[in-house]
Design a protein around this ligand. Structure first.
Ligand SMILES: [Zn+2]
Length: 153
């Protein structure tokens, strides 16, 4: 194999997902959140890459994996505004900026110990109140939490 082909194999993804524009300080949070260390597929992680938008950014390439809406919602809580590229046959077939969803179901734990979701076997529901500040509100007890302080289920 010549040098060009080798380089191509490292950098190009045939099928899978590229998560781009991850703030450099959030990269490993995203890695853990998606349970990437336990994946058996080919994963490339880059950090402190130069970015016009962020200064320094992180990037994760995962071969043969497409993330579910729930996984994407989880990413959006830790690292808002990342860009998700779906790759098929070496081409980007979908590119979208990940926004925090207006409803979060069974993703975030309520921080109010008296909340019904912490005392009965009820799933949690949170509504997005302010996407700029990252404020979400519990559907049951109306407790407002900042996404920087959340505990994921
Ligand atoms: Zn609650």
């Amino acid at each position: 194999m010549n040098q060009n082909k080798k380089e191509l194999q490292v950098s190009a993804l045939c099928n899978g997902t590229v998560i781009d524009h991850i703030p450099a300080d959030k990269l490993f949070e995203v890695v853990n959140l998606l349970d990437i260390p336990s994946m058996s597929t080919n994963v490339t992680i880059g950090n402190n890459l130069d970015s016009k938008k962020l200064g320094k950014k992180g990037l994760i390439k995962v071969a043969d994996k497409y993330f579910t809406d729930e996984e994407v919602s989880r990413i959006s809580l830790v690292a808002p505004n990342v860009v998700l590229n779906t790759i098929q046959d070496y081409r980007v077939v979908d590119k979208r900026e990940v926004k925090m969803p207006s409803l979060l179901r069974n993703i975030v734990k309520c921080s109010n110990p008296n909340c019904i979701t912490n005392n009965e076997p009820t799933g949690t529901i949170f509504h997005l109140v302010d996407s700029e500040k990252g404020t979400i509100r519990c559907h049951y007890c109306e407790k407002e939490i900042n996404v920087k302080k959340i505990e994921l289920i």
